[in-house]
Design a protein around this ligand. Structure first.
Ligand code: PMM
Length: 402
């Protein structure tokens, strides 16, 4: 997950994307595409600073910063997450095509957030924190950071489920640096396996954070400069990948992508050295393949106006090749196919396409970017396609490799 902070004061970015209240949209889009070119699968767009001591941005300002950028990135085909604590911003950006809402308050800051998430069926990242940015360190007291953070996150999961959010939509994040001092962050990272055992995908945001700067302080005690923390960040990313973490939220996507490639190669070296792009077919690659066939979903795809107006049922088959097979009988080590099916149904119901080729490609790319898989094959069937003669089915199959 590449970070795109559209704020005037982002501590970790070289050049702010907001100057004198004006958003440099072109620069924001360029940075997002650079992150994707460097290997980011998701772009996390934020319009409000959450650094310690930050005061809140107004709703209008936040929306003005993120919405135009989200719209353009979605239309460019990128998978977008929006870092917001406001239900109204979540609602507007989801409507514009964002896939994830990343709420650093764990959906506590805005009482409407959970109902927006439940109503839209959006994927959501529930992060742990205590207090707010203004008083970040006041509650940074733990006797056991891991058990306390897990207990507090579990309460957020319970609240989300009670509000109607699907379990399969939830990603958890222990919130490094949020009401946590360096020793707490290290404690949480040491216990990644415990967080993994909760059974939810896990996101880790360590990128360029102060605890890395403190670790790398010079002998005279000067904390390492923010811009010089990317090697340390990439090492955290590799160790996260090794532990099975779903995503890392980073500024330098290239460094983390390389580090993760190393971690994955070490994990899977006993299986195969063949890269999927060389192999040609999903069946050629060793490793488990999850198949979900005949997912029924309503959509408005087609070149005719009546197809857009009335819509019709589509059927989708998907095969996902896992990056590595589970090493135990534990759901968190594999892909949850109920989540995959829901993602596919949501994708079919999203923005209409003229061609089922485009839809199949869009679904395959989303699956590839969302789940830890090497390769994806998607077939979209359109059994009610407007043909002049009787027929059984029309279908298109696409195959995408990481
Ligand atoms: N950290 C920041 C902002 N948003 N979201 C999640 N889910 N996890 C994080 O760790 C996180 C976040 C602050 O970092 P930045 O100012 O570099 O974006």
């Amino acid at each position: 997950m590449g970070i795109l902070n559209i704020t005037p004061d982002s501590f970790a970015e070289s050049a702010p994307l907001v100057n004198d209240a004006a958003v440099d949209i072109d620069a924001a889009l360029r940075r997002a595409h650079d992150l994707v070119d460097a290997g980011a699968d998701i772009i996390d767009v934020g319009g409000e600073s959450t650094r310690p001591g930050a005061i809140r941005t107004s709703e209008a300002e936040e929306l003005a910063r993120v919405l135009p950028v989200v719209r353009q990135l979605v239309s460019d085909g990128l998978v977008v997450s929006v870092d917001t604590m406001r239900a109204s911003v979540a609602q507007a950006t989801l409507h514009a095509g964002a896939t994830f809402i990343n709420d650093v308050s764990g959906a506590t800051a805005d009482p409407e957030m959970l109902s927006v998430l439940a109503d839209t069926g959006a994927r959501c990242i529930l992060m742990h924190r205590r207090g707010a940015s203004e008083d970040m360190y006041a509650e940074a007291h733990y006797s056991n950071p891991t058990t306390e953070v897990i207990a507090e996150l579990a309460r957020r999961v319970d609240a989300a489920l009670a509000a109607g959010v699907s379990a399969s939509a939830i990603v958890l994040d222990p919130g490094l640096g949020f009401a946590k001092r360096a020793e707490h962050n290290w404690h949480l990272l040491k216990d990644l396996a415990t967080f993994m055992s909760l059974g939810f995908p896990l996101l880790i945001g360590a990128s360029r954070k102060r605890f890395l700067g403190e670790l790398l302080a010079s002998t005279d005690g000067a904390v390492r400069d923010v811009q010089d923390r990317d090697v340390a960040t990439a090492v955290v990313s590799a160790l996260c990948a090794q532990a099975g973490v779903w995503a890392v939220r980073v500024h330098d996507a290239g460094a983390s992508r390389d580090a993760i490639a190393v971690a994955e190669a070490m994990k899977t070296s006993s299986r195969s050295h063949t890269t999927p792009t060389q192999s040609g077919s999903i069946a050629d690659i060793a490793g488990p393949i999850i198949s979900i066939m005949g997912i029924q979903a309503f959509g408005r795809h087609g070149v005719f106006a009546f197809e857009r107006e009335q819509g019709q049922m589509f059927s989708v088959d998907a095969q996902l090749q896992l990056i590595s097979g589970p090493t135990s009988d534990d759901l968190s080590e594999t892909i949850d196919y109920s989540r995959v099916a829901q993602d596919i149904a949501r994708n079919v119901g999203a923005q209409p396409c003229d061609l089922i080729e485009t839809l199949a490609e869009r679904i395959a790319q989303e699956l590839l970017h969302t789940y830890p898989c090497r390769a994806v094959v998607v077939t979209v069937h359109k059994p009610q396609a407007p043909l002049a003669i009787p027929f059984a089915d029309v279908a298109v199959t696409v195959e995408c490799h990481r």
